[in-house]
Design a protein around this ligand. Structure first.
Ligand code: SF4
Length: 343
């Protein structure tokens, strides 16, 4: 069994700076939380390769809340949205309901939303979500075709019928639903059309544009992610052109921007660094893979340290102060990636 690291105050792992864990700030009113890296699936197209990490992480909810309070204070206690969107599956997070309750206690949080593959939903969980006032749930449904769904998500346990039943139950429990299919060029165009028709039908039945939303996503390929064989990602131009065609066909808005999701800019809680800069960090943990570890910058910020060949993580690194070179640090988000050895 792969190792699981529990991240709490004592672990000395800061919650800001990593892309795969903690708190992501992109300078908007959305505070994105990634409290867990475990996933119940290993989708063939997963751009973060979840489900097969060597090491997984789970953050203590109290530790997370304390940090969210700081960010909320910094951004201003109004019109904030918490978006729970792990590189993994949020329904595997044990303290989810407590976390939601504690988040609601933070002044200015008006929306709590989450992202899920939906397979672990059931009537009991939906009832809990309703009781804990979850605002919206984003479900990644790429097709209603059971065989294709099972293929894409690499599982025999994908039951489309049950998922659809749960979506209806969510809607009837006053939880908004956003269906978020990934468009795989040449693979699921007809399936996307079926999903659009499904949304159109629900709106015809009386559900509002807020209650049932659709966010079609472009298939993206990353070096460290899994890729679908035979499917080549297409350009953004092609993607938007396809969406325009379907917008005309179904008379529905599909090209959505930040405004459609109530996103606006807000101060960014950042640690200012420049690419190429060399800083000293304390190695406080291994990462998800053997060529990755976590370097602490201060009590709030850390950096994902990429260990370049021939270096690999070993216990000898733990607690060491080492110099790393900044690979990625932007002034639009709080993510910091660095590497070692460097020249
Ligand atoms: S795509 Fe989502 S559900 Fe599938 S493996 Fe990745 S994180 Fe898990």
């Amino acid at each position: 069994m792969n190792e699981i690291i529990y991240v709490n105050k004592k672990s000395k792992i800061p919650l800001l700076g990593l892309d795969f864990l903690g708190i992501i700030d992109r300078g908007t009113n959305i505070i994105e939380l990634k409290p867990i890296t475990l996933c119940n699936l290993k989708c063939r197209y997963c751009f973060v390769s979840a489900g097969e990490y060597d090491t997984n992480f789970i953050i203590d909810s109290q530790y997370l809340i304390e940090q969210v309070q700081t960010i909320a204070e910094f951004k201003g206690h109004y019109n904030l949205e918490i978006h729970l969107a792990p590189y993994g599956e949020i329904l595997l997070y044990k303290n989810l309901y407590d976390l939601i309750d504690s988040l609601w206690e933070i002044k200015g949080i008006e929306i709590i939303s989450m992202q899920t593959n939906g397979l672990l939903l059931n009537p009991d969980i939906i009832k809990e979500f309703s009781e804990h006032n979850l605002t919206r749930i984003n479900i990644s449904v790429n097709t209603f075709n059971p065989r294709l769904a099972q293929y894409l998500c690499a599982t025999d346990n994908y039951n489309v019928e049950i998922l659809l039943r749960n979506i209806h139950m969510l809607l009837d429990s006053n939880i908004n639903v956003l269906i978020a299919p990934v468009w795989f060029p040449g693979e699921n165009r007809n399936d996307i059309m079926e999903i659009i028709q499904f949304i159109v039908n629900l709106r015809d039945e009386g559900y509002t544009k807020e209650q049932i939303q659709l966010g079609i996503q472009k298939y993206l390929v990353y070096k460290t992610g899994r890729k679908l064989k035979k499917i080549k990602p297409r350009s953004w131009g092609y993607f938007y052109h396809q969406l325009s065609e379907l917008e005309n066909k179904y008379n529905i808005k599909l090209k959505l921007g930040p405004k459609d999701f109530g996103i606006h800019s807000r101060p960014l809680f950042n640690f200012p660094l420049k690419e190429g800069e060399i800083i000293s960090v304390e190695i406080v943990s291994k990462g998800r893979w053997k060529n990755e570890c976590i370097g602490k910058i201060n009590n709030q910020f850390c950096t994902k340290v990429l260990l370049n060949y021939p270096l690999e993580y070993s216990k000898d690194l733990l607690g060491k102060n080492i110099k790393v070179k900044i690979l990625k640090a932007k002034n639009t988000e709080n993510l910091i990636t660095s590497y070692v050895p460097y020249q």
